[in-house]
Design a protein around this ligand. Structure first.
Ligand code: FAD
Length: 305
């Protein structure tokens, strides 16, 4: 079967693209690993999405998902492994060895958490190392934990963790904290957060589970150890683009280069929307807007084929 459009990703960009494309009466398939995306990693409430003064990330993405499911959009829960183009048509290959054909594709695969890339990190994923406070925070009740990264996400993570844990250390590699002052103040007010700057993480150690983190104090060059049971990595994100190499150009941040008028990439009929693209700002409302824009641009593209 030939679809008009395949959308890769079920975050704010992909879901909004689906809603808009359905209203253009296109034959659409949306493939996503899950309906969670980065919103699900949000440790505290979202307070900047219009219409909701304060809403949890999971509640907001559920509302998006329910809205999408009211539209005429076919949905597959799967992981896209490759997108190929032959002539004017695209073939999308998935992890479950399925192949789908379409006249156009919107890549809305967003971003994955950036790994630390230190010794022990991979070994202890799910055994003390986590990239999602909202998902795993309650598992560390009464324990001491570390948040790595002193940006807004790191401080928000710490603010959420203090509801469960005994103490949170925030380790930041530079000598200055980047988080907004209000975020810093709210975290400090809890009395459970200790901030360590100029910390270069060297190793995560343990037996079956994490037991300690070794870091170097970049000022004194001394090696220090913190005995903790949990390590929450909050050092930013990296675009999820492994499956689309070859058909698009990337900038220095590995984001897909798009025409900002339409969301189209260098390949005709291949569009990208949301955090996966070279946008200046990464926010839910912006990703949703980019999804809408690319769906409307796809409709124009198909009419002119
Ligand atoms: C900790 C944190 C806090 C944040 N707080 C806020 C906030 O308060 N307000 C705000 O506006 N923004 C916030 N953001 C940013 C916001 O979450 C993103 O801008 C937004 O989620 C981007 O939407 P997206 O659809 O482009 O990508 P994503 O949300 O990343 O969604 C991508 C989707 O694609 C799927 N996917 C990925 N690869 C594949 C593949 N190969 N095959 C199939 N499916 C795939 C994923 O499963 C996911 O469903 C926050 C982000 C983080 C990480």
């Amino acid at each position: 079967m030939m679809y008009d459009l395949i959308i890769v990703g079920g975050g704010p960009a992909g879901i909004t693209a689906g809603i808009y494309a359905a209203r253009q009466k296109l034959k659409i398939l949306l493939i996503t690993k899950a309906f969670t995306g980065q919103i699900a990693r949000k440790a505290v409430a979202i307070e900047n999405y219009p219409g909701f003064k304060s809403i949890s990330g999971l509640d907001l993405i559920r509302k998006f998902e329910n809205h999408l499911k009211k539209q005429k959009v076919e949905i597959k829960l799967d992981t896209v492994r490759k997108v190929k183009k032959a002539g004017i048509d695209f073939t999308v290959l998935t992890a479950s060895r399925k192949q789908y054909q379409a006249k156009s594709v919107i890549i809305a695969s967003g971003a994955d958490p950036r790994p630390l890339e230190v010794l022990g990190e991979k070994k202890y994923i799910g055994k003390g190392v986590s990239y999602c406070v909202a998902c795993d925070g309650p598992l560390y009740s009464g324990k001491e934990v570390i948040v790595i990264g002193g940006g807004n996400s790191g401080f928000e993570a710490a603010r959420s963790l203090v509801n469960y844990v005994k103490k949170v250390y925030i380790l930041e590699s530079s000598s200055k904290i980047r988080a907004d002052e209000i975020n810093q103040k709210k975290a400090q007010k809890t009395g459970k957060v200790e901030v360590v700057t100029s910390a270069r993480i060297k190793q995560i150690k343990g037996k079956d589970f994490v037991e300690s983190v070794v870091y170097e104090d970049k000022q004194t060059k001394k090696t220090k150890v913190l005995n903790v049971r949990g390590v929450f990595v909050e050092i930013g994100s990296q675009p999820a683009t492994a499956f689309i190499k070859g058909l698009v150009d990337f900038n220095k941040k590995d984001e897909i280069v798009v025409n900002h008028q339409t969301g189209e990439t260098k390949t005709k009929g291949l569009f990208a929307a949301g955090d996966v693209g070279n946008l200046s700002f990464k926010q839910i409302v912006i990703a949703a807007g980019e999804g809408a824009k690319s769906a409307l641009a796809v409709s124009n593209y198909l009419q002119n084929l």
